[in-house]
Every structure is written in C-alpha cells, then in structure tokens.
Design a protein around this ligand. Structure first.
Ligand code: AMP
Length: 114
C-alpha cells in the first residue's frame, strides 16, 4: 500500500492543520512555514503527486482548485492581489509530493520569482 502523503493525513484528520476551506474536491489550510502574511495550500483530495502527473480525467478538479483560490483569497481579505505558485518536482522546490497550489498574499512579490 502506498504511504499516505502528509496532506492526505490532514484530509483524514490524522494530523491537525488550520483549515480555511474544504469541499468535496479539495482542502485548503495555512502553510506551517508561511512565506507571506497569507500563505495557504490548496490541495485536491485526490492524490495527484505533482501537476505533471495530472490526467485528462483530473480536468474538473484542476479547474476547481483555480476557481477556489480567489474565493479563499477574498475570504481572507486579499481579493485584489495574490500569487499562486505550483512547484513541480524537487528541482523546482517541491517537497511534498501531493499536488498543491500555494496561495500567498499580503506583501510585495518580485518578478521573476526566485
Ligand atoms: P512544496 O515545497 O511546494 O512541496 O510545498 C510544501 C509546503 O508544505 C511547504 O511550504 C511546507 O511549509 C508545507 N507543509 C509541510 N508540512 C505541512 C503541514 N503539516 N501543515 C501545513 N503545511 C505544511
């Protein structure tokens, strides 16, 4: 059996997290090590290790994650300016291999990102 990801353990309430949103397709919670005043991770409940492994059948869930992000940003008081980031692969900084979107807001963000 494949070991659960840390985010599946949050979904299953085996470890605690500061959850800001949950629905049938996704869960969103504050990052443990925030890199901005608002730093939330939005994860599909379905285990998809990384975006490069998403399949055509994941179209609905992938679209859902993007539509939920601005709703959460607005609910947290950052409707106007926020950044979404997905790290794909350890070379791009991915450390947890359960797909997630970083939603960050509340500070200036440089471009290009580091
Ligand atoms: P990434 O490096 O893109 O894979 O992002 C993984 C993120 O998960 C990092 O920003 C971590 O701080 C965050 N993280 C790891 N474990 C937890 C946890 N138990 N609760 C909340 N955030 C976590």
């Amino acid at each position: 059996m494949v070991e659960k990801s840390i985010f599946e353990r949050i979904i299953d309430r085996e470890i605690s997290a500061s959850i800001v949103h949950e629905d049938e397709l996704c869960i969103a919670f504050h990052d443990l090590d925030p890199q901005a005043p608002l730093h939330v991770l939005i994860c599909p409940k379905k285990r998809i290790n990384m975006i490069s492994e998403a399949l055509a059948e994941d179209l609905d869930v992938m679209g859902h994650l993007l539509l939920v992000a601005p709703v959460i940003a607005a609910a947290e008081g950052y409707a106007d300016a926020f950044r979404l980031t997905i790290n794909n692969g350890s070379g791009a900084g991915q450390t947890v291999f359960h797909l997630h979107i970083h939603l960050m807001a509340g500070r200036l963000f440089s471009w290009p990102p580091g």
